[in-house]
Write a protein that binds this ligand. Structure first.
Ligand SMILES: [Fe+2]
Length: 208
């Protein structure tokens, strides 16, 4: 299966999961930590210019990423089993970077939370500048997981403030971008689960 044309991680993960009986862990990741108060209706894509509905949708989708990670230890969240699979911590920061770099910096007075994050947590789009080598994301022991959480909180607050305050023309620009960013967030939620399973499949002990 071709690289990028077809990400191999989930397939390998499932094969290895069978061998190591990590199905229980999959179930745990996919169900027990999701915010139980949220229902499928909370994830319907709203009108891009409905400030209140979009703010609620933003909070709900972003919450799922953290909920998925709650069953993982700090060490789990820094592990990278192969170049194509990313640490949970990287996923959490990468999706946050989208809102900072694509929504806030071009359309509000937002300054970078930490300029190095724009490099560390950038993905594949070379035309948008340099990026940290993909295979070395496991070496990003700094920023710490708690700093990444602080980054998320800072950017979440800034996006919600922008949704509340920006003028109508700006809202028409950032609304669709926020929805795009939340679809990216949901894509990375799948990756958080599959990449964590791949990490578990590589360890010698059965899941606990
Ligand atoms: Fe991405």
């Amino acid at each position: 299966m071709a690289r990028r044309g077809g990400y191999e991680g989930p397939l390998r993960c499932l094969e290895q999961a069978q061998a190591l009986q990590v199905q229980e862990t999959r179930t745990l990741l996919m169900t027990s930590n999701l915010p139980c108060a949220l229902r499928s209706a909370d994830f319907l894509v709203p009108c891009a210019t409905d400030r209140v509905a979009l703010a609620k949708y933003f909070v709900n989708v972003r919450a799922v990423s953290l909920a998925l990670a709650t069953s993982l230890s700090t060490e789990d969240q820094g592990a990278q089993s192969e170049p194509e699979a990313n640490p949970t911590k990287w996923h959490l920061a990468h999706t946050t970077r989208f809102f900072e770099a694509v929504v806030l910096m071009p359309y509000t007075s937002c300054v970078p939370f930490d300029p190095s994050y724009l490099l560390f947590f950038k993905s594949y789009y070379e035309s948008l500048g340099r990026r940290h080598p993909e295979a070395q994301r496991r070496l990003l022991t700094r920023p710490s997981l708690s700093e990444v959480h602080r980054y998320r909180e800072h950017i979440d607050a800034a996006v919600l403030k922008a949704l509340d305050k920006v003028d109508w023309d700006t809202l028409k620009s950032i609304g669709p971008l926020i929805i795009l960013g939340l679809q990216l967030e949901q894509q990375h939620q799948e990756r958080i689960a599959t990449d964590a399973l791949l990490v578990f499949s590589c360890k010698p002990l059965p899941p606990t």
